[in-house]
Design a protein around this ligand. Structure first.
Ligand code: AMP
Ligand code: MG
Length: 326
């Protein structure tokens, strides 16, 4: 049997992807955040295929991807505030959780039975072409086994899901490299459910009153997926480490990192947080090898996209993080 490989992006590949999706199949495609595992969001069976391929618990809802705000408004109810976020950040790495339209065509499994729906307009040429061609909303979580590190390159999708996907569209490495920011605007005040590429301070320029969801404030916990350990490589992850032990792999950060005699990669030698974010998942995978006892990560400044990096690292290092690569 020939080995399953990613398909380089071309008009022909897009046409194939489109017909697979219309037939209820699964297509992995690149976005600017991470690779998504896409299915026709209006087809319950296709959506069930996503949960099955990922091993994702059915209470963890999916994000719907659409090409623009007009398409988003067919699925969800956008008030003035929601439209303001969309105008400022779409297309882009922001997912908005809004109330569903009464006649929303999306299968109820996508929202895991909630009255809200998470929607995003990706800023990626291939994702946009696919969405415009298929003319249906695509449910698309990250294209990896549930709980594992998200894929930022087509080969990561193949490693994690292999033949469970009908087609993997290869569009090279993802620019942002972390999953989207998730903001619930179905209620007032808006609540940040997951930090990401669109930072809290960018969002607070629009509304300084945004709250941040915390596990200890169940009222703000609108996102069923939030409590889970997530983004975990097979090895234990230790945070805020300046001096790793000899048997550890080290993810260093910034110009002052001393990597002599240590097995290390620097997330950003110049100390640029955007660069560190785009390298994070790919370097975690690279260091996730049995010759090491753990992955130690240097302190990452808690500012800008650094908050999202630390959020993912915290979940990767949480006790009970399940090594679910494969
Ligand atoms: P993923 O697709 O793996 O990047 O994860 C999507 C994230 O969005 C998860 O944390 C979900 O729990 C969250 N999410 C999706 N739909 C909703 C919704 N309707 N309400 C709240 N959170 C949601
Ligand atoms: Mg995910």
């Amino acid at each position: 049997m020939s080995e399953f490989t990613a398909t380089p992006a071309s008009d022909e590949a897009l046409t194939r992807a489109c017909s697979i999706l219309k037939d209820g199949g699964l297509v992995a495609f690149p976005t600017e955040t991470v690779y998504g595992l896409g299915a026709d969001a209006t087809n319950s069976n296709a959506v069930a295929g996503i949960f099955k391929a990922k091993g994702r618990p059915d209470y963890n809802p999916l994000i719907c991807h659409v090409p623009d705000l007009a398409a988003a408004e067919k699925l969800g109810i956008f008030d003035d505030k929601a439209r303001k976020y969309a105008a400022a950040f779409w297309p882009g790495a922001l997912t908005l959780v809004v109330k569903k339209q009464p006649d929303c065509p999306v299968a109820s499994e996508v929202s895991a039975g909630l009255e809200t729906i998470a929607i995003r307009v990706p800023d990626h040429r291939l994702a946009q072409s696919l969405l415009r061609m298929v003319q249906r909303p695509l449910a698309a979580p990250s294209a990896n086994r549930s709980g594992a590190v998200s894929p930022t390159k087509a080969e990561h999708v193949i490693e994690s899901l292999g033949q469970k996907v009908n087609l993997v569209l290869d569009g090279g490495a993802c620019e942002v490299g972390l999953e989207s920011t998730v903001l619930a605007v179905d209620d007032s005040p808006a609540v940040l459910l997951r930090p990401g590429g669109i930072t809290l301070s960018m969002l607070r320029d629009i509304d300084p009153g945004i709250q941040v969801a915390k596990a200890e404030q169940p009222k703000l916990l609108k996102s069923p997926g939030m409590l889970e350990s997530h983004y975990a490589p097979g090895l234990p992850v230790r945070m805020d480490i300046d001096t790793p032990s000899p048997d550890e792999a080290w993810l260093a950060f910034g110009p002052d990192a001393k990597t002599d005699g240590v097995k290390a990669i620097n997330l950003s030698p110049s100390g640029n947080l955007e660069e560190a974010a785009s390298n994070l998942f790919s370097y975690l995978r690279e260091m996730d090898r049995s010759e090491f006892s753990a992955i130690a990560v240097a302190p990452i400044p808690e500012e800008g996209i650094g908050r999202a990096i630390n959020d993912r690292l915290k979940r990767a290092s949480a006790p009970g993080s399940t090594p679910l690569t494969g």
